[in-house]
Design a protein around this ligand. Structure first.
Ligand code: SF4
Length: 363
């Protein structure tokens, strides 16, 4: 297997995300991937419909570049798929990066580069409502009041998604809830989940990204008709002890999380969904708990124990972010962090993904 010498330009690979995926943020901005990884905004759904923004000239120009292997619009140091590739690791099964020659052989090239009229995958990040206020994400709790302008606007987007699904049941193939906030704290997302029925949309798949504290058996029962669509549940935790959890999941309690994890593990074992991910954003406050987090994930039979670097979402002061960003080589404790990973027994384990964390190249 060959790997690109410069990740910014490799005609060996292409990425399917800009051809299939839209992320819609709370301010209306739309991105063709995770906003942190592909920062260029392709339009705003405050002014236009999702379909109009999706087919905008700027969206098509990004696709044209990435379709020919030019990744200069992507932040290679943040995109976990480019980071993995740059470290010499073959793309994971779930990676959107595809080798162009394999796709040519498989005859998939045309499909992959063909853009549909509406995104096939939507990362819903348009309702910021959450039960927690994690310091890496926001300085205080956000909850859209019923009938507020923000709530009405989130409802308008949910209506547009439901409308597309009603008119064209196979158009959207995946919904991710939520890329911002929590799906079970948001009225709009709960309404969306309650409106979905696996019998009507057998091809639609749902990823739930949640802190799980509000994901009770009662809330799960509320969305019974959607159960068969939910194939992935990712729980963001960032801690392996209750004191760290209290600091990094402000407003949450580890003692409340543990029964939720045990219950979700049972659902996973009973094949209620296919992929159970426990995630951990690594920062100064928690990096010494990484090994314990791997143990926690294994105790709950997680399919993926996901580590990623701290992203600067503008919620921390520059000084606070610099103090927390252990992944930066300039951080005073960075060498200890690197040594901890390099000496670990789990760094290459099949259930652990270091995503965009720095590690020694395996070239
Ligand atoms: S290469 Fe990474 S950042 Fe670029 S579009 Fe694909 S997933 Fe997004």
């Amino acid at each position: 297997m060959t790997h690109p010498s410069s990740i910014e330009s490799s005609s060996d690979y292409l990425c399917r995300f800009p051809f299939e995926k839209a992320e819609i943020l709370a301010n209306g901005d739309v991105h063709l991937c995770c906003a942190g990884w592909l920062p260029q905004v392709v339009g705003s759904v405050r002014d236009q419909s999702i379909a109009e923004v999706w087919n905008s000239p700027i969206a098509n120009s990004i696709r044209e570049k990435i379709g020919r292997g030019d990744f200069s619009s992507c932040r290679a140091e943040l995109c976990p798929h480019l980071t993995s590739l740059q470290s010499g690791e073959p793309p994971a099964a779930w990676s959107p990066l595809k080798r162009r020659d394999l796709h040519l052989q498989a005859g998939h090239q045309r499909d992959l580069l063909q853009t549909s009229e509406f995104p096939r995958e939507i990362n819903c990040a348009f309702d910021a409502t959450c039960n927690l206020s994690c310091p890496s994400c926001r300085p205080e709790t956000v909850a859209y009041a019923a009938h507020s302008a923000e709530a009405r606007w989130a409802d308008r987007l949910v209506d547009e998604i439901l409308d597309v699904l009603a008119k064209s049941p196979t158009q959207i193939q995946r919904l991710k809830l939520s890329g911002n906030g929590d799906p079970f704290a948001s009225r709009a997302y709960r309404r969306l989940l309650r409106s979905l029925d696996a019998k009507t949309h057998p091809d639609l798949r749902i990823t739930l990204h949640t802190n799980a504290l509000l994901l009770t058996p009662e809330r799960w029962a509320e969305i019974r008709a959607a159960h068969a669509m939910i194939d992935t549940v990712e729980v963001s935790i960032d801690a392996a002890t209750s004191s760290t959890y209290r600091k990094l999941r402000r407003g949450g309690e580890f003692s409340q999380l543990m029964p939720r994890l045990a219950w979700l593990a049972k659902l996973r074992q009973g094949r209620s969904f296919r992929r159970f991910i426990l995630s951990f954003v690594v920062q100064r406050e928690n990096f010494r708990e990484m090994a314990a987090f791997v143990d926690l994930g294994r105790q709950h039979q997680a399919d993926v124990i996901l580590f990623s670097q701290l992203n600067d979402w503008g919620s921390m002061s520059p000084e606070a972010f610099a103090a927390a960003a252990i992944h930066r080589p300039t951080h005073p404790e960075h060498a200890e962090f690197r040594a901890l990973i390099e000496s670990s027994s789990w760094r290459h384990a099949s259930d652990v993904w270091l995503s965009n964390l720095p590690r020694a190249s395996t070239h």
